[in-house]
Every structure is written in C-alpha cells, then in structure tokens.
Ligand binder design. Sequence first.
Ligand code: C2E
Ligand code: MG
Ligand code: MG
Ligand code: MG
Length: 285
Amino acid sequence: TFISLFIGLLISLSINLYIDKKRSLEKRLLDAVNKNRLHLVYQPIYHLKKNEIIGVEALLRWKDPDIGFISPDIFIPLAEAKGLMTQITQLVTRKAIHDTRELVRKHNLYISINISSHDLCSTDYLLFLQHAITDAQFPASNLILEITERQGANTNSLKEMVERFKLSGFNIAIDDFGTGYSNLNWLSHLSIDEIKIDKSITDSIETDSLNKVLLPNLINLLKDMHPTVVFEGIEKQAQVDYLLAHFPNALGQGWFFSKARELSEIQELLSQNGNEENAPIPRVV
Ligand code: C2E
Ligand code: MG
Ligand code: MG
Ligand code: MG
C-alpha cells in the first residue's frame, strides 16, 4: 500500500508537471503572437518537367527565446484549441502578401498559404483577404489557400464558401491528400484548383509495392480531374524519375529540391531560375 501510494503520488506529480508545461507553452505562444515574434519561411515548388520554381509555400516558424524552435505540428493545434487561429491566419496572410508582392510582380509566382477550414468558412476572413490584396495590389489569382481534407470533410457550407473565394479570384488547394478520409467523390463536387499529395504517398513511390499498383490509378484519376497536382515531401531522385515518367506535368516540393528558406534566399534562387537550358536542380541538404 505504501508503494501504490507512492506511485500514485508520482503519477499525479507528473500529470501536474505536464499540465504546467502545457500552460506555459500556451502563454508563450500568446506572447509570441502578440509581440509579432512568429516568422515565415518559404519552400519552393517546382514544375517537374520544366525544372523551374513556379511557386512557394509560406510556412510558420516559432522560436521561443528559452525553449528554441517549436514545430508547427505542435503549436498550430495548440493555437486552434486556444482560439488563436484567426489572429495567426491574419498575421500569416498579411505578412506573406507583403513579403512576396515584388516577387509575384517580377516572376509571376504562386504563393500558397495554409489556412484552417474555420477561416475558409468565415466571411470575415474573405473580407480581410480582399482588403489585404487590394492594399498590396496583389493579384488574387496568384494566391493559393491550402486547406486539409480532414478539416473540411463534414462541412456542407464548405462548398458554398469555396465558391465565394473562387468568385473573388482566389485558388483553393486540398493539402495532405491521402491522409484523411480520402473521398474522391466528395472532392469531385468541389471546384478545387490544386491537390497536394501527402508525403506518405510520395514516400511509397519508392518503397511500397502495393502502391505500385494503386499509384498509377490515382495518377490517372487525377489527370482526369484536371486539378494542379503537387507531390509533397520529395526527397529522392528515384521519386522524381518515377513522376517524370508517369506524371511529368505534376509539381513537386521537398527537401530534394529545397527546404523552406528565408525570403532573401528565395529571391536569390529565383534570379537563377531557368537561366540555362540544362541548369542543375538546386539542392540543399
Ligand atoms: P504542410 O502544409 O503539409 O507543410 C509541409 C510540411 O512538410 C512542412 O513542415 C515542410 O517543412 C515539410 N516538408 C517539406 N518537404 C519535406 C521533405 O522533403 N521531407 C520532410 N520530412 N518534410 C518536408 P512544417 O513547416 O513543420 O509544417 C507542418 C505543418 O504545419 C504544415 O503542413 C501545416 O499543416 C502546418 N502549418 C505550417 N505553417 C502554417 C501556417 O502558417 N498556418 C497554418 N494554419 N498551418 C501551418
Ligand atoms: Mg501546406
Ligand atoms: Mg501538406
Ligand atoms: Mg502537413
């Protein structure tokens, strides 16, 4: 009994520690948002056949002064739970548009930002977005709003809101395709401009023999549906080779081409974009 009491004490102690830690992370995040300490980096998106950068995806970074870098996979869900997402999405939107407006003008680049389905279903966000691009003289057609299947899967008003964003000239992409409750039928009823194939599927190009059968079917289906298709998380030459052979008009994004970088580095990369006939693919490891 003494031992079980002791163990019980230990457990409640560690639960309290866990709760404390979480609470302090919340406080730190709130602080970072209010003091504008979140930072954007940009990952290039390549046209596989042309071997050219045609867009970038804005990705959030948070570096806490004490803890260091905290992954968006941790702080985005936290922000969602704490009702901070509206503020964060507005921050990302404003910053990405401001950062990239010159690049868009010069290179006709496509800028992707990640938004939550909550934002997409909000008339406020649509109004905010319209103001933001008008102020910056940014073309709506060069902006892509990425939402995940998982978030949107059950919403009926989603279809209606997608239409409203599209009427205003914005592009809508489904992110992480293949991870949620993939429903191609549901997808085909939405007028989606772009589908981003999740890294788990891209990985299987090289490893999984089952997917060797499924993948050609998926690719044929996507070709019939005519959205822009981006394969995410490309890390290997073999994956590029497979896609060049089977889906040369697809786009690709991943560490094989480049990790997410500071804006200044993107500017540099773009000045080399498609300069030479057989320019080597820029790579960062
Ligand atoms: P995502 O939108 O699917 O972004 C792609 C993630 O994959 C990024 O992680 C990117 O750095 C990573 N990645 C890209 N290429 C490779 C690769 O070749 N190998 C590997 N292992 N990873 C690769 P990151 O930046 O950590 O972002 C994670 C997720 O956090 C994003 O997934 C997105 O859902 C969310 N997120 C990031 N920034 C924002 C934002 O501004 N707003 C919202 N709402 N969500 C965001
Ligand atoms: Mg994304
Ligand atoms: Mg993704
Ligand atoms: Mg993701």
